[in-house]
Design a binder for this molecule. Structure first.
Ligand code: NAD
Length: 480
């Protein structure tokens, strides 16, 4: 396994293959913009064979015992941990994130797979006491079938691990449509499952034109559930397609994370943790804090501490020693952020960026503070999905809550306060699927991970995520 990205293939019916017509897409190094490899581009024939293989794989996987499925998932997680450094180098190269962050992501993904494998062993049927003495009411939880999982490029491995883990743990087969921008590291994750002995077709891997693949898979009768992580507009489109087919969905969509920093907050801790959470993965994180609502008593002090943290970031190629922030994933993201910041500037925002120059190749974008925002700015409505922090002030906590809840998004929200009661009150009041007080530890596999409002529905953590891949059925029997 080398650092260079070779041609990434499709996994169809347990076989690694090129596309039927040999077509490929280019893969670029976001730190330089240079081509570093290619990825197979699935044709309709490839999709047809993938679904046929998944139907066979589903029968094989569901008929294993929960224990045997766990053993294979556990082995895949162990292989992923063993290979974390090598796969991390591939991920850093194709996605841009610092190597250390890539390795952390891969180890976290191993934990997710292990958790769902274990949770699958506890997926119990139930006996519900009957009203008549000779009736037995059995509630069965059975895997929903073949799942189509669509995942983005920001966490090329962990986004797949959450979907794959929950679906496989429940006994489903999964067709993964992984991101074309960052294809090689997902393929290495899937290889761990193959090497761990998963039956052919229980996991498949496709790349190509996202809309072509999603339209084909969502409409196909063999596919019984859809799971998507990405932007809200695409999520709504896919949920509508799935609704037309009466298929359940899990949607993990965009966010516009508010963070309320109260006047009694520990400002050193807040500046340290918020800068880590904001600039991790160059801000390309659905749960990143975005709107910083600062109590006016502490706003100047917090901003100074936050700027100092930003100035200490080392921006560069993810594989270079000591780098703490890499480039954005592609040119499209640089253009999108440039437009949003320019719109804010024209509408009167004050901008602050650190003095250190950026590398002059690739898709870099500087950490940016947007001060004095007004509601007419696009940034106050649209998810930036990059290293941009919008900073505003409040004096009345209820006004801060109102601003936090203003947008249709509701994914993650944060609070910094030293008052436990304030933390609990805001935990209830903020309209977000996840609220964290004084820290950012919301990603562990055993707790819910998901949003409300336009940020989607369903959860990708905890036992609920597994249950979302089952059908609950009743068998009620009367015996003499
Ligand atoms: P995009 O909306 O074009 O694509 C987002 C993701 O959806 C990509 O992985 C893409 O392959 C996939 N996609 C797009 N159209 C699809 C379709 N018809 N069927 C199936 N999959 C489809 O945006 P982008 O430029 O790649 O990313 C920018 C935006 O995406 C960000 O602003 C952010 O809101 C969102 N995003 C969110 C997450 C997340 O973790 N929630 C991750 C990545 C991107």
């Amino acid at each position: 396994m080398a650092d260079t990205i070779v041609n990434t293939q499709l996994l169809i019916g347990g076989q690694w293959r090129n596309a039927a017509d040999g077509r490929t897409l280019d893969v670029l190094d976001p730190a330089t913009g240079d081509s570093i490899g290619s990825v197979a581009h699935a044709t309709k024939a490839d999709m047809e064979e993938t679904v046929a293989g998944a139907a066979v794989g589903f029968e094989a996987w569901r008929n294993l015992t929960a224990w045997d499925r766990y053993v294979i998932m556990r082995r895949a997680a162990d292989l992923l941990r063993e290979r974390a450094d090598q796969i991390g180098r591939i991920m850093s190269r194709e996605q841009g994130k610092p190597l250390e962050q890539a390795v952390i992501e891969i180890n976290a993904a191993a934990g997710v797979i292990e958790y769902f494998g274990e949770e699958g062993r506890r997926l119990n049927d139930e006996l519900v006491p009957a009203r008549a003495p000779n009736v037995e009411q059995r509630v069965l939880r059975r895997p929903v079938g073949v799942v189509a999982a669509f995942t983005p490029w920001n966490f090329p491995i962990n986004q797949i691990a959450r979907k794959l883990g929950a679906a496989l743990g429940a006994g489903c087969a999964v067709i993964v449509k992984a991101p074309e921008d960052t294809p090689a590291s997902p393929a290495e994750l899937i290889r761990c499952f193959c090497d761990a002995g998963i039956p052919a077709g229980a996991v498949s891997l496709l790349y190509g034109v996202p809309a072509e693949i999603s339209e084909y898979l969502i409409a196909h009768p063999v596919v019984r559930k859809i799971s998507f992580t990405g932007s809200t507009p695409v999520g709504k489109h896919l949920a509508a397609l799935a609704g037309g087919q009466m298929k359940p969905v899990t949607m993990e969509l965009g966010g516009h994370g508010p963070v309320i920093v109260c006047s009694d907050a520990d400002l050193d801790a807040a500046a340290e943790r918020l800068s880590a959470a904001k600039f991790r993965n160059a801000g390309q994180v659905c749960v990143a804090p975005t709107r910083f609502l600062l109590h006016s008593d502490i706003a100047p002090a917090f901003i100074e501490k936050f700027k100092a943290r930003i100035s200490a970031l080392k921006i560069g190629r993810g594989l270079d020693e000591g780098v703490t922030m890499g480039p954005l994933v592609n040119e499209r993201r640089v253009s999108a952020l440039t437009e949003l910041v320019e719109d804010a500037r024209q509408k009167g925002a004050e901008l602050w960026q650190p003095a250190t120059p950026l590398p002059n190749t690739g898709f870099f974008f500087p950490p940016t503070l947007v001060l004095k925002p007004t509601l007419d700015m696009r940034l106050m409505q649209e998810e930036p999905f990059g290293p941009i922090a919008i900073v505003d002030e409040f004096t009345d906590l209820s006004a801060a809550v109102q601003e936090a809840n203003r947008l249709p998004y509701g994914l993650a929200a944060y609070v910094y306060t030293s008052n436990e009661r304030t933390g609990r009150v805001l935990g209830e009041a903020l309209e977000a699927g996840m609220v964290a007080v004084n820290h950012h530890g919301i990603g562990v596999p055993e707790v819910p991970f998901g949003g409300m409002k336009d940020s989607g529905y369903g959860t990708e953590g905890g036992p609920e995520a597994l249950r979302a891949h089952t059908i609950t059925r009743l068998v009620s029997s009367q015996h003499a």
